[in-house]
Design a protein around this ligand. Structure first.
Ligand code: PHE
Length: 325
């Protein structure tokens, strides 16, 4: 009897120090298996005298059940721990910050373009677009640009054939708009233009924004105010605008326009009052209608505002440049 109780103590010890299923199984075999220690004791039961059988039997049964119970409890515990270990391995800390991905952003020119669009829209201008492949009539003739003008020369422009070329400026949009709409009107038109030029201040492809305002009694003051307002909004309150006499075939008078910014006068656009011949070419009566037009160089504006020295940087796609703006 004493021995049987000792078996229980031994088994208890072994079970509590087992930490995997395999050793637990060995313990089960050792005590409860066919030739297990407890099983052997049970076999002894037969040889005992009749009167001792019940007492001994009860003890041995109790021991057997106890071991069985301990084994099962331990099995549960081990299973649970294995599960926890498994989850621990694949555990994800959802509170950790995620892997950062570089986010792209708009190109500096697109930003400048949108900024200018917003400024002119707020003054009542409408944004329109036109084709990059133009015919010579819209690009030159309708704009009162004579045969002898250097822009018409193949040395200065990209021609597909005698009558088709990549537009050299956004001014043909003036023509397209006036042919389509009745005055009064106020439009701007951003877009790419093309010329045979390439150095640190000229690209064969660059970006302009055309402006056209047609109404009754439009004067140079309207033009100057509009450009001053644009300059103040782009370059700050202290920006000033200066008109210098110039020549364009489609405006009369014509101006080169400088902006005063950080101590320098910088030339950023051409402008003028719409030439009566242009009005005639689109069927507007020049006695009734008057207007101003301007053509801004968007790269120029970005260069002045952000201190960019080489216009070629806009199209080099050097990430160090792009990331800067
Ligand atoms: N189209 C002219 C250029 O590209 C600029 C301009 C536009 C001048 C409108 C006057 C009026 O140089």
């Amino acid at each position: 009897m004493k021995e049987v109780k000792e078996l229980l103590i031994e088994a208890k010890d072994e079970i509590s120090s087992a930490n995997d299923m395999a050793s637990l199984n060995n313990i089960r075999i050792k005590y409860l298996g066919k030739k297990g220690l407890v099983t052997l004791e049970m076999k002894k039961l037969k040889k005992l005298p009749q009167e001792e059988k019940p007492k001994f039997g009860a003890v041995i049964n109790k021991v057997r059940n106890e071991i069985e119970k301990l084994l099962n409890e331990k099995m549960e515990e081990i299973r649970k721990n294995e599960k926890i270990k498994k989850f621990e391995k694949i555990r994800v800390d959802v509170t950790l910050p995620g892997a950062k991905r570089d986010k792209g952003h708009l190109h500096i020119l697109t930003k400048v373009q949108r900024e200018l669009e917003d400024i002119f829209i707020s003054m009542g201008f409408e944004v329109v677009e036109g084709p990059e492949v133009e015919d010579t009539w819209h690009n030159f003739d309708a704009l009162n640009t004579p045969e002898w003008h250097p822009a018409r020369d193949a040395q200065d422009s990209f021609y597909f054939d005698e009558k088709t070329l990549l537009r050299t400026h956004t001014s043909p949009i003036q023509i397209r708009t006036m042919l389509e709409k009745k005055p009064p009107l106020a439009i701007i038109s951003p877009g790419r233009v093309f010329r045979r030029d390439y150095d640190s201040t000229h690209l064969p492809m660059f970006t302009q924004m055309e402006g056209l305002y047609v109404d009754k009694n439009v004067t140079v003051r309207h033009l100057k105010y509009t450009l001053e307002e644009m300059a103040r909004r782009v370059f700050g309150e202290s920006a000033k605008v200066r008109l210098k006499p110039s020549f364009f075939p489609f405006t009369e008078p014509s101006y080169e326009v400088d902006v005063w910014f950080q101590g320098n006068w910088l030339e950023i656009l051409g402008a003028g009052m719409v030439d009566p011949n242009v009005f005639r070419n689109v069927g507007y009566d020049p006695e009734t209608w008057s207007g101003f037009a301007f053509g801004l160089g968007l790269e120029r504006i970005a260069m002045v505002k952000y201190g960019i020295k080489d216009i070629r940087d806009f199209i080099r796609n050097d990430v160090r440049f792009l990331e800067n703006y």
